[in-house]
Design a protein around this ligand. Structure first.
Ligand code: HXC
Length: 260
């Protein structure tokens, strides 16, 4: 399918790639781009041949934020009535794992989109930030909430109140980014596709259960989360893939998962 502001492909078996492609505006996230992004993500989530997704931008910008020119004259009434940015939540509702491969600017809504994915890989050039305070507003795509869960109150307050950018290495040290990859154009997306390929080689049912279990820790109390994890764990015993995986171990061979 062809889109105006994004590109989609399947660069490796089981892997779907979405590339934000609005270079003149540093991938500013205008409403038509978000509609296309949601359409592509939901299509990959529903596609039985795709088991892991990578989301990336360009070497210069993952995304420089929501489109300021589009928001400039927006009224409260328009934002409220038309549920402005509510549809940004699609990303966090996917069942399949999604990896953000971040190079260059990931600011404002761009940072929030990255924080809504499951794993962030960053190029050494990545520059994160929630700079909304500098234009008279605040994060609206989850930045204030998701940052706090990962990096704590003091750092979140500092970043959201000053709007300063933070580096790939700071993000890695704080646990936002799982790895800063080697320098080089395209390196971060190559590594992300490789990681997605590893995930896609596992049982899809187990992968999705694992994602659901980890996410339960963000939303639930420890005792509820432990119960959720245990139920999902029990659930894997109803799959052929658990029989195949443990059978293959016992027989000292590689498993052949059928995602059933
Ligand atoms: C609209 C944007 C944009 C944005 C960049 N551009 N960011 N357009 N919305 N968020 C456009 C510029 O207007 C310019 O277009 C072109 O992209 C290149 O940008 P330059 O500023 O010329 O590049 P540079 O000098 O290299 O500076 C890069 C930059 C700067 C530091 C990233 O562009 C910048 O500060 N952008 C805004 C970052 C920001 O505040 N983001 C948060 C937005 S609020 P022209 O046509 O002039 O060449 C937000 C709210 C989220 O995200 C809440 C909702 C979920």
């Amino acid at each position: 399918k062809s889109y105006e502001h994004i590109l989609t492909s399947s660069p490796a078996p089981g892997v779907g790639l979405v590339t934000l492609n609005r270079p003149k505006a540093l991938n500013a996230l205008c409403s038509p781009l978000i509609l296309e992004l949601n359409d592509a993500l939901l299509a990959f989530d529903a596609d039985p041949d795709i088991r892991a997704i990578v989301l990336t931008g360009s070497d210069r910008a993952f995304a420089a934020g929501a489109d300021i020119k589009e928001m400039k004259d927006k009224t409260y009434v328009d934002a409220y009535k038309n549920r402005f940015i509510e549809n940004w939540g699609v990303l966090a509702s996917l069942r399949k794992p999604i990896i953000a491969a971040v190079s260059g600017y990931a600011l404002g809504g761009g940072c929030e989109i990255a924080l809504s994915t499951d794993i962030i890989l960053a190029s050494p050039t990545a520059k994160f930030g929630q700079p909304e305070i500098a234009i008279g507003t605040i994060p609206g795509g989850g930045g204030s909430q998701r940052l706090l869960k990962t990096i704590g109150k003091s750092r979140t307050m500092e970043l959201v109140l000053t709007g300063r950018q933070f580096s790939a290495h700071e993000a890695e040290r704080w646990g936002i980014v799982s790895k800063v990859v080697r320098e080089g154009d395209g390196e971060v997306v190559r590594e992300a596709i490789e990681m997605a390929g590893v995930i896609a080689s596992k049982s899809q049912l187990a992968v999705q259960a694992a994602k659901e279990a980890v996410n339960a820790a963000l939303d639930q109390s420890l005792s509820e989360g432990l119960k959720t994890e245990r139920r999902l764990f029990y659930g894997t015993f109803a799959t052929s893939d658990q029989k195949e995986g443990m059978g293959a171990f016992a027989e000292k061979r590689q498993p052949n998962f059928t995602h059933s």
